[in-house]
Design a protein around this ligand. Structure first.
Ligand code: ACM
Length: 263
């Protein structure tokens, strides 16, 4: 299968523009799975709860999810994409999975980063894996990577590929994802954004690009630039993530010493 990501710079607050721009770019690509950045439709740096309210959408009935569903159905492609979700009075930094069959599910970010804690509630979905015809897809969002339990939980639940919508500002993640993939024997697709945001009296945020696709043996199959829009992709065999045997003596899941791990 072909797995891809779109690395780009959204315009803060202009949902229609961002969604239409993304759909235009990915329309000219062929892939089985496309991962889009975290908060791809709104941009990242919220400065008031009012903005969060205005820019969040219900899932799956909102504008952005409906557009992704339509595109997934028309083009027979799975899409994992980050967006701001409204559920009653609560707001989540979420990601949806859509596919040829329509809406598949939502994941709400478990580990909120920095001022996200001012705007969003901590995710309550838990880590989710969906069994699809192209393989088992799990989702985590950006800073979730910092907690190895996120990728581990997805892998233990059967994920063969981790879709990882991101808005990275710290430099560590692209190299760290190599370890996440090795220790769990999974593929990952990290879709990061590029550009800068400086809104209100907040400090400027510079996003690091370097979106990437990593194999279960930690090979970087494709890594994007730090600052250019790019549709990156790689041909992968999802079955490479199935076998957790390192050698005849070691299975990375069976060998876990849960009796020694403190929770
Ligand atoms: C992040 O979680 N957006 C750094």
């Amino acid at each position: 299968m072909k797995a891809g990501f779109l690395q780009f710079a959204p315009v803060f607050g202009d949902i229609r523009h961002n969604v239409e721009r993304v759909i235009k770019v990915i329309s000219s690509q062929k892939a089985d799975l496309i991962v889009l950045p975290e908060l791809f439709n709104t941009g990242y740096q919220f400065i008031s709860k009012h903005e969060v309210k205005e820019l969040s959408e219900e899932i799956p009935s909102g504008f952005t999810t409906q557009k992704l569903i339509k595109f997934s159905k028309n083009e027979s492609v799975y899409i994992a994409a980050g967006l701001s979700e409204r559920d009653g009075d609560l707001f989540y930094n979420s990601a949806v999975l859509t596919g040829p069959e329509g809406f598949i599910g939502v994941y709400r970010k478990s580990h909120l980063f920095f001022e996200e804690k001012l705007w969003f509630s901590p995710g309550d979905t838990g880590f989710r894996v969906w069994d699809t015809p192209i393989g088992n897809i799990g989702i985590m969002i950006c800073f979730d990577w910092f907690f190895p339990e996120s990728a581990r939980t997805l892998a233990l639940k059967g994920a063969r590929i981790i879709a990882h919508p991101s808005n990275l500002v710290l430099p560590y993640c692209p190299d760290a994802m190599v370890t996440r993939c090795i220790e769990n024997r999974v593929f990952s697709v990290t879709a990061n954004r590029i550009g800068r945001e400086q809104r209100g009296d907040k400090d400027m945020l510079k996003f690091i690009g370097t979106s990437e696709i990593v194999s279960p043996k930690g090979k970087i199959l494709h890594r994007a630039s730090r600052d250019k829009e790019e549709f990156g992709h790689a041909e992968i065999n999802i079955n490479d993530a199935k076998n957790k045997d390192l050698n005849p003596f070691n299975n990375i899941f069976d060998d876990r010493r849960e009796d020694l791990y403190d929770h």
